[in-house]
Design a protein around this ligand. Structure first.
Ligand code: COA
Length: 260
């Protein structure tokens, strides 16, 4: 286990459980927490033992209640621009070349909802509440919320959340497609780790190429995305994992993927 005060990282076999750890502040993202999360993601990217990441929040109240609002006070427009123009946690999570599952264990608000949306899959505790309340502060989402939310839930449902700042319950988030599964709060962590472990058994090469191809679907026109898929499909044929997967199928034995 590697720990710093604000983000914890713990290995469960091939799954890394990363916990935003500021429960007294509802895991709000201050600069130090964002910087540490970036470092941890880089460590986990480099660690070949780690195949899947689960991202959650400490305590039972919040996943992440947004940016740390206290840091907004007295910040100049140029200061804020600088904070947001480097490599952000939202970019880093989305581009992370292994699957990342968000386990939403409570309030998932503002930058917390944006962080969850940058993850590949969202599981929510039945007690979770989600929303983009920036409008109540006289600001707008700055971590991709105006872009990822409409892609996930459609324009009308996105406007409703963004214009009103209202929080919605996990079941409603499931209904509109903002989360992918709702589980009883007490079982959230176990379910997230179990899903992660089932994915961790697959070929890391295939997982990375799937992520690359699906990311393209959000960025480029269909023709271009389909071309990228064809290229990535061909690339998969260069891997040892493909040779292992096919020969294991032919020999009727389980595949042992090495991620090469
Ligand atoms: N930034 C900074 N501090 C935050 C925070 C945030 N986004 N969210 C919560 N906190 C702090 C509170 O200031 C409080 O600190 P204190 O104990 O030093 O006074 C502590 O976390 C607990 O918050 P509290 O409001 O008492 O808890 P709650 O369980 O009653 O309510 C929330 C939780 C999340 C509904 C509420 O804190 C809230 O609305 N937070 C802001 C959400 C938001 O607007 N996010 C978007 C930011 S752009």
């Amino acid at each position: 286990m590697s720990a710093s005060s604000n983000v914890l990282s713990e290995l469960h076999g091939r799954v890394a459980l990363v916990t935003i750890n500021r429960p007294d502040k509802r895991n709000a993202l201050d600069s130090a927490t964002r910087a540490r999360l970036l470092e941890i993601l880089d460590e986990l990217q480099a660690n070949r033992e780690v195949r899947v990441v689960v991202l959650t929040g400490a305590g039972d109240k919040a996943f992440v209640a947004g940016a740390d609002i206290s840091e907004f006070e007295g910040r100049s427009p140029m200061d804020q621009f600088r904070v947001m123009s480097g490599r952000t946690i939202f970019d880093a999570v989305e581009a992370f070349p292994k699957p990342i599952i968000a386990a939403l264990n409570g309030f998932t608000l503002g930058g917390g909802c944006e962080l969850a949306m940058a993850c590949d899959i969202r599981l929510a505790a039945d007690t979770a509440k989600l929303g983009q309340p920036e409008v109540n502060l006289g600001i707008i989402p700055g971590g991709g919320g105006t872009q990822r939310l409409p892609r996930l839930v459609g324009t009308g449902a996105a406007y409703k959340l963004l214009y009103t700042g209202d929080l919605i319950a996990a079941d409603e988030a499931l209904r509109i497609g903002l989360v992918d599964e709702v589980v009883p709060a007490a079982g959230l962590r176990a379910r997230a780790l179990a899903l992660a472990e089932s994915i961790a058994q697959k070929s890391p090469v295939a997982l990375q190429l799937i992520k690359e191809a699906v990311r393209a679907s959000l960025r480029v026109p269909l023709d271009e995305g389909l071309r990228q898929e064809t290229t990535l499909f061909g690339l998969a044929f260069s891997s040892e994992d493909k040779a292992e997967g096919v020969s294991a199928f032919m020999a009727k034995r389980p595949a042992e993927f090495q991620g090469r």
